[in-house]
Design a protein around this ligand. Structure first.
Ligand SMILES: Nc1ncnc2c1ncn2[C@@H]1O[C@H](COP(=O)(O)OP(=O)(O)O)[C@@H](O)[C@H]1O
Ligand SMILES: [Mg+2]
Length: 415
């Protein structure tokens, strides 16, 4: 195995004709750089083919189905390097802006600002659902707020689903992030740990409810949602109204949030209904109370939530590294990296790079052979040993051990 998880591509690295300019962020399944080709600036996401198997193409397949101002736009895709592909690259519209958590922390918006932002997300979700796409990982780090006009843009459909998508996950729950799991998903995984839950639009709406709750109060509706007690609470206890945590939240907006967090998926309505409810909120937002920042200017924001790992389709980076707790633009790649060969870097250094690269390739090959023979058997101890197994599980075409369908899982998407 050569590829690990993240391609460390310093500024100037050439990838499929794009010149890397800046590190933008990394999550559990890839790394994203701002890159340029001529005058075109894109966000370039790189995912390891070996590591992610079929999942590496999922986001491309989904973005090709979507075109909406609140959903990141598709530009280009391919394999890299061409002669011996190790990575899938996905070039997307570059959204110049801030991740949602950082935006909230720095802007301290009023209720009107939060409702406007939630409406943008609801519209993006409405477009996805209309195209038979589920996002399945709605959370703050998968939203960037555009600097120019404050438009929220939904990113990272990497573990999403669409009608007719190949089956890649055979776990009880698909990849996702624990804190944003719906009560029905958690109920299912407890009752049928060997089954396979089929998420619905209701799961996306619930996750959006968790995000809205955080925007209004600075905290999730159920703290500690990963512990067994926390899971109990998500399944059985009604969430506290955002008003109980923050008296500045207008009642109408608190009601919208509570509706999204309802235990009954049907009671959450649809993304379209959510848009209508938020538009109604905005039309009454001239009233007193809607223009007051949701926290005191002097009060620092709630401490940023700990980075929330998503259960990556394969053992991957543990967490999103662009949350409010992390420096906005990291200069350093995460620890498990594959360095871009010098040959991919700036044209002016090509001659030297070529020579060095050839030497490097030779040394790498020799080193790789030595490594394969010497260390590979011990990888299990470092947590990488599960990769082969995970990849085998994710190989399209392998029979999926399907579990019983839960009675209330009338999935609105086929898989
Ligand atoms: N199109 C984009 N424009 C600007 N920033 C982006 C874009 N796509 C991703 N990013 C940044 O990179 C981070 C990681 O991207 P993401 O697609 O969420 O990767 P992962 O699937 O690994 O979680 C995001 O949280 C965001 O901050
Ligand atoms: Mg992400």
């Amino acid at each position: 195995m050569t590829g690990l998880q993240v391609l460390d591509a310093p500024e100037g690295t050439l990838i499929a004709g794009y010149t890397v300019e800046q590190w933008l962020g990394a999550g559990s399944c890839g790394v994203v750089y701002r890159a340029r080709r001529g005058r075109e600036v894109v966000a370039l996401k790189l995912q390891s083919l070996e590591h992610l198997g079929g999942w590496a193409g999922r986001e491309v397949a989904i973005l090709l189905r979507l075109s909406h101002r609140n959903v990141v736009g598709f530009r280009d895709t391919g394999l890299h390097p061409v002669d011996a592909p190790e990575w899938r690259y996905l070039a997307m519209e570059y959204v110049h802006g801030r991740p949602l958590a950082q935006w909230l922390e720095e802007e301290n918006p009023d209720a009107h600002g939060v409702a406007r932002l939630a409406l943008g997300l609801a519209r993006g979700l409405e477009a996805a659902h209309a195209a038979q796409v589920l996002h399945r990982d709605i959370k703050e780090s998968n939203v960037v707020v555009r600097e120019e006009d404050g438009t929220p843009v939904l990113l990272d459909f990497g573990v999403g689903d669409y009608t007719g998508a190949p089956l890649l996950s055979h776990e009880a729950l698909p990849p996702g992030t624990p804190r944003y799991r719906s009560p029905e998903a958690l109920t299912f995984s407890r009752a049928w740990p060997l089954g396979r839950y089929q998420p619905t639009r209701g799961d996306d709406l619930y996750a959006l409810g968790v995000v809205l709750h955080g925007m209004l109060t600075g905290r999730p509706p159920f703290p500690d949602a990963e512990s067994p007690e926390g899971v109990d609470a998500v399944i059985h206890q009604p969430p506290a109204s955002p008003l109980e945590h923050n008296a500045r939240v207008p009642e109408a907006l608190a009601a919208v949030c509570l509706r999204l967090l309802d235990k009954r998926p049907d009671a959450r309505g649809s993304a379209t209904a959510l848009c209508a409810a938020l538009e109604a909120c905005l039309s009454s937002s001239g009233e007193a109370g809607w223009q007051v920042p949701l926290r005191d200017a002097t009060t620092p924001g709630a401490p940023p939530a700990p980075a929330e790992p998503r259960t990556c389709p394969v053992a991957g980076l543990a967490e999103d590294s662009n949350d409010a707790a992390a420096p906005r633009m990291r200069r350093r790649a995460p620890s498990l990296v594959v360095h871009a060969p010098l040959a991919w870097r700036r044209p002016q250094s090509r001659a030297l790079a070529h020579t060095v690269a050839m030497m490097g390739v030779g040394m790498s090959l020799a080193g790789g052979l030595w490594w394969a023979g010497t260390w590979r058997p011990s990888l299990g101890a470092t947590g990488l040993g599960g990769l082969a197994l995970e990849r085998a599980r994710d190989t399209p075409g392998q029979p999926a051990p399907r579990g019983p369908a839960a009675p209330d899982q009338a999935s609105d998407l086929q898989r």
